[in-house]
Design a protein around this ligand. Structure first.
Ligand code: 4NP
Length: 167
């Protein structure tokens, strides 16, 4: 049926890039959670995920141990990945660029020549279905509760994002 084909084609083309500041807490969590949902829905290879930071301080580092502990506790999931910095070539390489907060959003858009890629850059929380947050809060300087909250919030946002991609 044509509508089904149309939907499948859209999913086939989805390359997602999750963005935060350091690429060791929020965006690798979003990437790993999205991959979890992709596996759960049998969409491996149809939606491809990556993540990056607007800053370069943690390049090459694995996800923050406190973030990994929260993912393990809340979802039984090991966080995989190695931090990298966003590069302007990512605007072409990805279909959708998902910023964890308004600051990341503004910093990414500043790198886009003449608003050329504005349509690709979205706020992660715009996909939340349950949580009212507008930003995924930076947990880096806080305690375990903040890291646990990031996992819950991203589960909500990733679920909404997957629904949107399948719509
Ligand atoms: P992220 O968290 O942006 O979610 O990866 C942070 C990681 C590192 C720093 C701040 C936030 N930092 O200041 O080094």
């Amino acid at each position: 049926m044509w509508p089904q084909q149309e939907s499948d084609t859209r999913i086939m083309n989805s390359k997602l890039l999750f963005i935060c500041l350091g690429n060791i807490c929020r965006s690798p969590s979003a990437e790993n959670i999205m991959n979890l949902l992709i596996r759960k829905h049998g969409l491996e290879g149809k939606i491809v995920c990556d993540s990056a930071g607007t800053g370069g301080w943690h390049v090459g580092n694995p996800p923050d141990a406190r973030m990994s502990a929260a993912a393990l506790k809340k979802l039984g999931m090991e966080l995989e990945g190695s931090a990298r910095q966003f590069h302007p070539s990512d605007f072409e390489a990805f279909d959708l660029i998902l910023a964890m907060d308004h600051e990341n959003y503004a910093n990414i858009l500043r790198l886009a020549p003449k608003g050329q890629y504005d349509h690709k850059v979205k706020l992660m929380c715009s996909y939340c279905r349950t949580y009212p947050d507008r930003d995924v809060p930076d947990p880096y300087y806080g305690g375990a509760d903040g890291f646990n909250y990031v996992i819950d919030l991203l589960m909500d946002a990733c679920g909404g994002l997957l629904e949107e991609l399948q719509a």
